[in-house]
Ligand binder design. Structure first.
Ligand code: ADP
Length: 203
């Protein structure tokens, strides 16, 4: 029988080796959009720390309430909170099929923690894909999204935090030979095409 045309997912044989991939990029770069597509393509677990923290806040947990104070001010949530959330999530069964880290790590200490977590489990970090978008386009995208942390002043603070704390990760991963950078200014399909080429070449 012919394969369904929408069946873009990889076959079981192609999925035999689970991948661990980090998406890096400033707010509004499209990490979440692309991660959702790649999650389907690779059939791996999608770990968005932003989503996990927002869900904790919606559930009214103390951790969620503390995180929301930072998020609404455009600041990064402290490393110990974020790493704790990721450690818990990594114990879930679906992570065995591979993981896509979206919005984590965002600081050098978080990257070091991730290295330790993966080393303890004897699993490699296969790829870090950095999405590059001009700042004017990022601001346009964020303003049209309209989340609580997307007002102009909070956006400015989030960029400041990105430059100061997250951008050093480009160098961190470049020296480890896992970094791939792409321009992510096209349509979601165009950007995903570039990501798929990187993934397919790495398999
Ligand atoms: P965006 O990529 O558009 O900034 P996210 O959903 O990834 O959206 O993150 C929203 C907010 O959640 C961040 O501004 C930050 O306050 C918090 N956050 C998410 N991931 C992390 C992380 N790894 N470390 C610290 N704070 C984080």
């Amino acid at each position: 029988m012919a394969t369904a045309p929408d069946s873009l997912a990889l076959s079981p044989r192609q999925l035999s080796s689970p991948m661990r991939i980090v998406f890096l990029g400033p707010p509004g770069a499209g990490k979440g959009t692309q991660a959702q597509r790649l999650e389907k393509y690779l059939q791996v677990a999608h770990l968005s720390t932003g989503e996990m923290l927002r869900r904790a806040h919606e559930a009214g947990t103390p951790l969620g309430q503390e995180a929301a104070c930072y998020m609404n001010a455009g600041q990064l949530v402290p490393d110990d909170i974020v790493v704790g959330v990721v450690v818990d999530r990594l114990t879930e069964k679906d992570c065995e099929r591979g993981c896509l880290f979206d919005g984590f790590p965002r600081t050098v200490p978080q990257a070091e923690a991730l290295d330790r977590l993966l080393a303890d489990r004897k699993i490699p970090l296969d790829l870090v894909i950095a999405l590059n978008v001009s700042e004017s386009l990022l601001v346009e995208r964020l303003l049209s999204r309209g989340r609580v942390d997307d007002d102009p002043e909070t956006i400015r603070e989030r960029f400041r935090q990105y430059h100061q704390l997250t951008q050093p990760l480009l160098n961190y991963y470049s020296t480890r030979g896992v970094l791939r950078q792409i321009t992510a200014e096209g349509t979601p399909d165009e950007v995903f095409g570039k990501i798929r080429s990187i993934i397919d070449a790495a398999r």
